[in-house]
Design a protein around this ligand. Structure first.
Ligand code: GAR
Length: 192
């Protein structure tokens, strides 16, 4: 199976979705590392409980390049060929992104190219959109700008708040990310 490292900053529900999907016999990837810039990220406990190696390093007081280098070293020593960003809330340095070009994916809670960056659900609501949604895309040096691999639109309901919409989009994320990552690594492995 293709080895994947997952980077998280928080709850890690997408990481959990990726991990549990990987346990299916026909899944083409396995999770070899969960790494975080937040040592207290709840997702790290879940990963440990599931027997997945973890790495945590706070970015406090570190230069971006220095922190990225330490994260990348942990990923390299895990043997991962792919990186899945799953609620990793730090911008990565250009060098790191370039080294992993085509092998680093991210999930973003909007229908890209709409609403790059933060507060995606509040912005969709304020604009009167009929749909929010989520996108899985390749990571490039420009924030939330790489090729979109797959998306799921999620209907906005009359009483939605940013919180209720986020909850529903998250359900869609948990379906979309494992399937898209599986398709991508299958395609990439066949090509290489
Ligand atoms: C998810 O909604 C993800 O799309 C979003 O953060 C949440 C993480 O939840 N990511 C971004 O906003 C990236 N800029 P999780 O930790 O439960 O997976």
């Amino acid at each position: 199976k293709a080895k994947v490292a997952i980077l998280i900053s928080g709850k890690g529900s997408n990481m959990a979705a990726l991990l549990y999907a990987s346990r299916a016999a026909d899944c083409p990837y396995e999770v070899v590392l969960v790494a975080s810039d937040k040592p207290s990220a709840p997702g790290l406990d879940l990963a440990r409980g599931e027997g997945v190696p973890t790495f945590a390093l706070s970015s406090k007081g570190m230069q971006r390049e220095e922190h990225d280098a330490a994260m990348e070293a942990a990923v390299q020593s895990s043997g991962a060929r792919y990186i899945a960003l799953a609620g990793y809330m730090r911008i990565l340095s250009a060098g790191l992104v370039e080294r992993w070009a085509g092998r680093m994916l991210n999930i973003h809670p909007s229908l890209l190219p709409a609403y790059k960056g933060l507060d995606t659900h509040a912005r969709a609501l304020a604009a009167g959109d009929r749909h929010g949604g989520c996108s899985v895309h390749l990571v490039t040096a420009v924030l939330d700008d790489g090729e979109v691999l797959a998306q799921t639109p999620v209907a906005i309901l009359p009483d939605d708040t940013a919180v209720t919409l986020a909850e529903r989009v998250l359900i869609a994320e948990h379906q979309l990310y494992p399937r898209t990552l599986a398709d991508w690594v299958k395609r990439d492995m066949d090509a290489n």
